[in-house]
Design a binder for this molecule. Structure first.
Ligand code: NAD
Length: 438
């Protein structure tokens, strides 16, 4: 990914996460105050600084951190990002998001996230390898198959995960260490289907959601007009899979701009043009559009699949889609959420819509612990079941709190409120059943 837009827009992900959490708490009146503090703050943050020998013979000191938000349901799970603007605050917010996501997906994990402040675009492969290895050595037993399990995130990939596994393995001889990290290359214990998991999960959740008949006037994907922002892992897979499911992809974009064709784009042609020219812009027989145009496009479903804070108070009123599916993390600000709700636009929130990635990461972890490799169709069938169960759970929760509210005459909840209420409830049940306090 090319950017850290929350910071660019002066929007702070940590503040947004707190606002969303507090809003959800207005539908929960029986949580002890101390428990709320425990749920909202990270359990542990590890900071490390380490020197690296650069290719030009200089030495530079790097700063990395790993935030473990909560482990009540199991070991921490979450990506590691390499980015010049990454901050502890941003990573803490994303770690909390992972706690809610793993609870909603009903996985035996807690939430975590990590980062190293660096600019991967200005580093050689050898420098990135040395940074990764030293970072893992410094983290020591802060990560491990049963403590905290990293995965790829912004500007880290399966090669980074291979280095993490190899370094951890070198310091923990004589045990099966594959489950220390997910998103690995296939031959190092990666799972079939991990690459497309987030896009596929997004499709599964959307299809299931539409069967509930609560997305104003939308009852299926056949012929539905879809706009997708971002064509990386999540956006490109979503484009292909929504197209195969019968939707018409009317416009797509990347960091250079976008293209539109109301008659429908061909995903194969879009990706071939992007591979050849570095961007979708210029695809023959399409209109060139901006990212702002895309967000305001006349479509049924808008899928932001790129960056945080894309739909804000200054452009939410322009959104014409009936349903926004949050494939990216936190693409809608709290102010925009309220505007969309007032205008009757439904939002399928990130902690459900993009949960497919962590679900298949969990499958990878299980396969690693059991020294197995599941066939692709088994991975996809199990993923679909998880996505459907999570979608049904938030719709049920939404109906319950909406009906309670109707009785009380207060404001109606969004699906994000319902998803967070459901996740917080699941977390507090586990904490109460474990009798976690001393
Ligand atoms: P990626 O780096 O593969 O792709 C990001 C895409 O966004 C690129 O195509 C880039 O060109 C595009 N982009 C950058 N700036 C843009 C702009 N201003 N306008 C339009 N497009 C722009 O990243 P990804 O893995 O696909 O992740 C995308 C989002 O999904 C992130 O929010 C990420 O946290 C979230 N997510 C990813 C996964 C996963 O499994 N990869 C899982 C859950 C959530």
């Amino acid at each position: 990914m090319s950017d850290s837009p929350g910071a660019d827009n002066g929007l702070d992900l940590y503040v947004i996460a707190q606002q969303q959490f507090e809003r959800a708490l207005s539908w929960i009146d029986d949580l002890k105050a101390g428990l709320i503090d425990y749920l909202v703050t990270p359990k542990r943050t590890v900071h490390v600084r380490f020197p690296i020998h650069m290719d030009d013979d200089s030495v530079r000191t790097f700063h990395g951190f790993r935030v473990l938000h909560n482990t009540a349901r199991g070991p921490g799970k979450g990506g590691i990002r390499y980015h010049p603007d990454v901050t502890e605050h941003e990573v803490a917010a994303l770690a909390a998001l992972m706690t809610w996501k793993t609870a909603l997906m009903d996985l035996p994990f807690g939430g975590a996230k990590g980062g190293v402040v660096c600019n991967p675009k200005a580093l050689s492969r050898a420098e990135l390898r040395r940074i990764t290895r030293r970072f893992v050595i410094e983290l020591g037993d802060a990560i491990g198959p049963h403590t905290d399990i990293p995965a790829p995130d912004v500007y880290t990939n399966e090669q980074t995960m291979a280095w993490i596994f190899d370094t951890f393995d070198a310091f923990h001889k004589g045990q099966n260490n594959r489950a220390v990290v997910t998103g690995k290359p296939l031959r190092l214990g990666g799972s079939l289907g991990r690459d497309s998991a987030t896009g596929r999960g997004c499709l599964n959740a959307t299809q299931r959601f539409l069967t509930h008949g609560i997305a104003h006037g939308l009852d299926g994907l056949a012929g539905a007009k879809v706009a997708i922002q971002g064509l990386g892992n999540v956006g490109a897979n979503s484009m292909k899979l929504f197209h195969e499911a019968g939707a018409t992809i009317v416009c797509v974009s990347d960091s250079q701009g976008g293209v539109a064709d109301d008659g429908g784009l061909d995903p194969g042609e879009v990706m071939a043009h992007k591979a050849e020219h570095g961007s979708v812009v210029g695809l023959p027989e399409t209109r060139t559009i901006t990212n702002e145009d895309l967000l305001a496009w006349d479509c049924d479903i808008l899928i932001p699949a790129a960056l945080e804070c894309q739909v804000r108070d200054d452009n939410a009123a322009d959104v014409k889609a009936k349903l926004v599916v949050e494939a990216a993390n936190a693409p809608i600000t709290p102010e925009a959420d309220e505007i969309l709700q007032e205008r009757g636009v439904t939002v399928l929130p990130d902690i459900v819509a993009n949960g497919g990635g962590v679900v298949v990461s969990y499958f990878e972890w299980v396969q690693n612990l059991q020294n197995q490799q599941w066939p692709l169709d088994e991975v996809e069938t199990r993923l679909q079941a998880k996505m459907q169960a999570a979608t049904d759970a938030i719709v049920e929760r939404w109906k319950q709190i909406r009906d309670d509210n109707d009785r009380k005459g207060s404001r109606s909840p969004t699906l994000r409120d319902a998803a967070l209420v459901e996740a917080i409830r699941r977390m507090s049940d586990v904490i109460l059943q474990r009798d976690i306090w001393m």
